[in-house]
Design a protein around this ligand. Structure first.
Ligand code: GTP
Ligand code: MG
Length: 238
């Protein structure tokens, strides 16, 4: 990595930047003073959201015999992806631009067993008084044309550091195990770009059909659970 620190590259227009795309774009960001510090702040926000989710799940498991969350995954966006997204969106390449323009540097994915758990978890998280809801995209009620389903929220959480409290944005995606299975496979397949058009269309139609079958199965599983009335048994016995 170069020793030189970059003061500002704001003046460079984004189309020129695209042509000048370095072979290791991550080095451009890493060279900024405080890049590491910014990433540490996003990592802290991830920890905070994960902890909130784990506490909610533990409490519900204990009090209602109900574990709405099957698993929690998180990731910090890689410097090369941050750089690529800023360029793609025509934004400046600097630290303030990352904070202002990217909502998904910190990402948390929550996997639930049943569809109603998704809304339950989302509601419980958002109603906490230190969380600010910035944006919701409900791709369950409004699936994407390719069949993608998931509940997305952009949240702002305050993180306490030695001298200050800072609001940090986190993208939270909540989906069922079945939706996650579909999204992971679709993501893998999407990058196979060397297919002839007719093959790609055929696969897209097949994936859409699979997504609809999965959504139907999610619905039926929920109906079975409701028929059995196995949720919240502990609560009812009290
Ligand atoms: P991005 O630029 O991709 O972040 O899109 P966006 O800002 O419009 O946000 P959106 O809520 O639509 O999607 C954010 C994230 O959801 C993506 O980065 C993926 O992780 C996931 N996602 C969205 N659409 C799809 C899809 O069609 N397939 C899969 N597998 N994942 C998707
Ligand atoms: Mg994204």
């Amino acid at each position: 990595m170069s020793e030189a620190k970059i003061a500002s590259v704001n003046e460079i227009p984004s189309d020129l930047l695209k042509q000048l795309m370095p072979s290791h774009p991550e080095d451009v960001l890493i060279a900024f003073d405080d890049f590491e510090y910014l990433m540490m702040r996003y990592e802290s926000a991830i920890l905070e959201v994960r902890t909130k989710l784990e506490i909610l799940n533990s409490e519900l498991t204990l009090t209602q015999d109900d574990s709405p969350i099957s698993s929690i995954h998180s990731r910090l966006k890689k410097p090369a992806s941050i750089y690529e997204k800023l360029v793609r969106q025509g934004n400046d390449i600097n630290l303030r631009s990352i904070e202002e323009n990217l909502n998904d540097v910190a990402g948390v994915r929550v996997i639930c067993a049943f569809v109603d758990d998704i809304y339950k978890v989302a509601k419980m998280l958002v109603q906490q008084d230190d969380i600010t809801l910035i944006e919701v995209k409900d791709y369950i009620k409004n699936p994407k044309p390719n069949g993608y389903r998931s509940y997305h929220m952009i949240l702002e959480v305050p993180v306490f550091f030695t001298h200050e409290k800072q609001p940090i944005r986190v993208e939270v995606q909540i989906r069922t195990v079945a939706m996650d299975f579909w999204a992971s496979l679709e993501h893998q397949i999407r990058y196979k770009k060397d297919l002839p058009q007719y093959k790609a269309d055929e696969i897209a139609a097949e994936l859409k059909a699979c997504a609809d079958t999965i959504a139907d199965t999610d619905c039926r599983m929920l109906a079975i659970r409701e028929k059995l009335g196995t949720r919240g048994d502990k609560e009812k016995k009290k």
